[in-house]
Structure formats: C-alpha cells, structure tokens
Design a protein around this ligand. Structure first.
Ligand code: AMP
Ligand code: MG
Length: 445
C-alpha cells in the first residue's frame, strides 16, 4: 500500500477477567507475537485487562499512541461482560451499529447447531460493528473479528477462544497484515552452551554484542540460563535470506569465541546431540545412576530412535545395589564412600561391561536436602564416563581393542533437590559429549 506507513510496532491486549486469576493463562498473546514476528512486526508491549470497560479503555488509549497496530483478543462474546467492542468504539469515537448480515449469520448458526428456541436477542450484541470497521468472518465460532483503520494505525479485534483466533490471525498474516508490513521477518537462531555460567558467557560475548549493534543488519541477542544449560538467542530483522546470512555469521563468531562448550547451533537439545554422536560413531551407552534416579536415561530416551544406542541402564541407590548390580567392590564403598570418584568410576565401568556397551556413565551424589557433610555438602555430585573404544570407532564387541579412556569429575551444584538432579544430568550428558568428541584419542586418566 503505497503511501501508508508500514506496521512495525504492535501492542497486544488480552481481555478476560479469567486471565487475571491464578488458573488461566493468556496464551493467545504468545501465538499473536509469533505470527506478527513472521512479518517483522515487533511486539513492544502487552497487557491483560479484566472484563471492565473503563480499565480496557484506559489501556487502549495508552497503547494507541505508541504503536502502529493494536491487537485485542477476547471479550467479543454476547454477554454483558464482553466489552471489547464498546471500549474500542468509545476510545476511537466511532458509533456502533448493528450489521444485519452478521445478525443473519448468527441466527442461521443458532438454527444449524440445533439450539432450542429462537436466538436470544442478547446475541445481537455480536453483530454490533464500529462505523467503518471491516468484518472478518469467523469460521469456527459466532463472534466475527473486526479490522479498524484508525488514521495510519490498525486496531484488530479477535475472538478469545484460541481455536477461533488462530486460523483467523493466520489468514490475516497471509493477507491483509502482510500487505501492510515491510516484509522483513524476525529470524532467530538458538545457540546452546553447557558447562559455563551465564555471566561468563555474557562477558565473553560482550564485544560481539557491540559489533552486532553496528552492523548493516543489526543482530539482537538474549541470554537465557537454566540449571547448567545456557541458551543464546540471536535474531535479525531483514528479508529472510539476508537475515539468515547475518545470523550464520554471528553464530560462527559465537562458536569461535566460546569453543567446544557450544553443543548446538541448530536447535538440538543436549540429549539429541549425544544420541547423534553415538549413532555417528556406531557406539552404545550404558548408564548407572544414583542421585539422578534415572533422569539421564530418561532424557536420552526422550530422543526417538534411542534404542539404537541404549539397551540398558540401572538406578542404583543403595550401596548393596551398586555392588550387586554393578560389581562395585564393597571395600571401595567403605573406604571412599558412595559419593566418591573411585565409586563413580567403578559404576561407569560396571555398567559399561554389563551393558556390553562402549561407553559407560556413573552418576553418584547428594541431591539433598539432607545427607550432606562438611566434606561432601548437599549438591556434591561425582560423574564418571568410561569408554572402551577402538580408534576409528568400529561396531561394538570388536575383537581389536586399542584402549579406552576414563574421565571423572566432582561437581558442586546449588539449589533444590530437583535442580541438583537437573544440573547433574546436564553435566553427565555433556561429559559424554566431550568424551565422544575426543574421538577415541585416549583421553585423560
Ligand atoms: P471470550 O472471547 O472473551 O469470550 O473468550 C472465550 C474463551 O476463550 C475464554 O473463556 C478463554 O477460555 C479463551 N481465551 C480468551 N482469551 C484468551 C487468551 N488470551 N489466551 C487463552 N485463552 C483465551
Ligand atoms: Mg471473555
């Protein structure tokens, strides 16, 4: 549309008193954001309003001067607490009038659904349209959407039920909204990092952030950290091919800066990366877990096709279990304690041999809240990875062995029990990944 300012900035307003209770969450705005981003429209704010005319009018007035597009969801029903039409009409100074075509459709829908008696007159509220608004048919429900051009801005009213809103918005994104946007979508990449803390990653990348801001296609970066795993989200807004090129270059810079702590640049999770490495190298894995209670195994088996490299794993909580199922010598347990490097190594060796796998993992630790001691506080976790791998990685039970490697590390994790378990599972998977990356080079002792 020549001469009309493209839509660049949007605000979302979710309407519904239920969205202000602890039991119902506004998911529409996530979908709306995702769709608008496809067109390069940035969501600069969002709000949730109860079914309250005054409150809603106040929010609309507030955002209207700040964005090119206001998307409202919900409050288009027939009852007295559905106030979105009235609030928008009053703020924009538009009279509301009944659209007889909509009333006809509403009546037909009522009959078609086999509801008893005539349509209640109150349902005609859904046929009220602000002057000049374009009516958007709702194939899945009764409330039509409304598109209002207000000066060079757009105010869009969408029905609240997600199954009605989604197809309606998708169509607008393909059609009217696309025609009003610049056609520069926001393209994102996710870089995943293990074994570093957030502030170290941030510090290492700070020079890149500054460089990215000044580029012809600027790149925005956000860091998210959760329990031993960090995600760096980089995004660019440009025609897709150019944004893709700029992001590829940025991701390569991140990898060059951070090195092998980066385990994924293509969206894969750590368990999938480990699984793919095992498949590539034709290796199998056995896992023995104490404090993680099967979490490492559970995550590995979340990956479809994991039976190609995993055929058994054990949870060995008690000392007896470690001895009976894995052959961990009793003397070792007595001398060093269950949470110790010799025991973790014996667990890794024990499961590797018993699972007839080339890679064995042993995890033992104190998840808390009790069980800690001054020398081994809560959060102490020992992880061992033992491999018996032939160089060149031929299949399992190969006749010609050229020696494996054993790695063991003692970690101190912080946080609640479940967070200790999660961090331990991340660390274990990452140790396996690193061992596999070394490609049978012998490793450390
Ligand atoms: P309404 O259009 O306000 O009558 O909304 C109808 C129903 O859609 C509500 O009862 C909610 O279950 C659902 N709904 C409304 N708004 C949202 C939202 N922002 N996110 C998710 N569900 C919603
Ligand atoms: Mg509602």
């Amino acid at each position: 549309m020549a001469g009309v300012k493209p839509l660049e900035r949007a605000a979302i307003v979710a309407v519904g008193s239920e969205l202000l209770t602890p039991s119902k969450i506004d998911t529409n705005s996530l979908f709306i954001t995702e769709q608008l981003n496809l067109l390069g429209i940035d969501v600069t704010s969002k709000a949730v309003s109860g079914d309250d005319r005054t409150e809603l009018a106040h929010i609309i007035r507030h955002v209207l001067g700040r964005v090119d597009l206001v998307v409202l969801s919900g409050g288009l029903g027939p009852t007295d607490d559905d106030v979105t039409r009235e609030a928008v009409a009053s703020v924009l100074g538009l009279p509301l009038a009944e659209d007889p075509d909509i009333t006809t459709r509403l009546r037909a829908r009522f009959v078609a659904r086999g509801y008893p008696g005539p349509m209640p007159e109150i349902n005609r509220r859904q046929a009220m349209v602000p002057a000049g608004a374009r009516v958007i048919e709702n194939a899945r429900g009764s409330a039509p959407g409304l598109w209002i051009d207000h000066e060079d801005r757009v105010v869009l009213l969408l029905p609240g039920p997600p199954r009605e809103l989604r197809p309606m918005l998708t169509e607008l994104v393909e059609g009217s909204l696309r025609a009003r946007s610049e056609g520069k979508p926001v393209v994102r990449r996710v870089v995943r990092v293990a074994g570093l803390i957030e502030s170290h990653v941030d510090e290492a990348l700070a020079p890149l952030y500054r460089e990215w801001e000044r580029q012809p296609i600027p790149i925005a970066a956000t860091i998210l950290a959760a329990f031993g795993s960090i995600e760096l989200h980089v995004s660019a807004k440009a025609v897709p091919a150019r944004a893709g090129e700029a992001l590829d270059a940025a991701v390569a810079q991140v990898v060059a800066t951070l090195g092998d702590v980066v385990y994924s640049t293509d969206g894969r999770l750590l368990e999938k990366v480990v699984g793919d490495l095992l498949v590539e190298r034709g290796l199998h894995i056995g896992i023995a877990e104490s404090c993680t209670g099967g979490l490492v195994t559970s995550r590995l088996t979340d990956v479809p096709g994991s039976s190609r490299y995993l055929d058994r794993a054990v949870v060995v909580y008690a000392n007896d279990a470690k001895t009976e199922l894995l052959g961990v010598p009793e003397a070792l347990l007595i001398e060093h304690g269950a949470v110790s490097e010799p025991v973790a190594l014996a667990m890794a060796d024990g499961i590797r041999i018993r699972a007839r796998a080339e890679v064995g993992v042993g995890v033992t630790g104190i998840a808390g809240p009790s069980g800690g001691s001054p020398e081994k506080p809560v959060g102490t976790v020992v992880i061992a990875v033992s491999t018996d791998v032939v160089s060149g990685f031929p299949g399992r039970r190969s006749a010609k062995r050229e020696g494996g490697s054993r790695t063991v590390r003692t970690f101190r994790f912080h946080g609640e029990r479940e967070h200790v378990k999660l961090q331990a599972s991340n660390a274990a998977l990452d140790m396996v990944r690193r061992q596999l990356m070394e490609k049978g080079s012998g490793g450390r002792g």
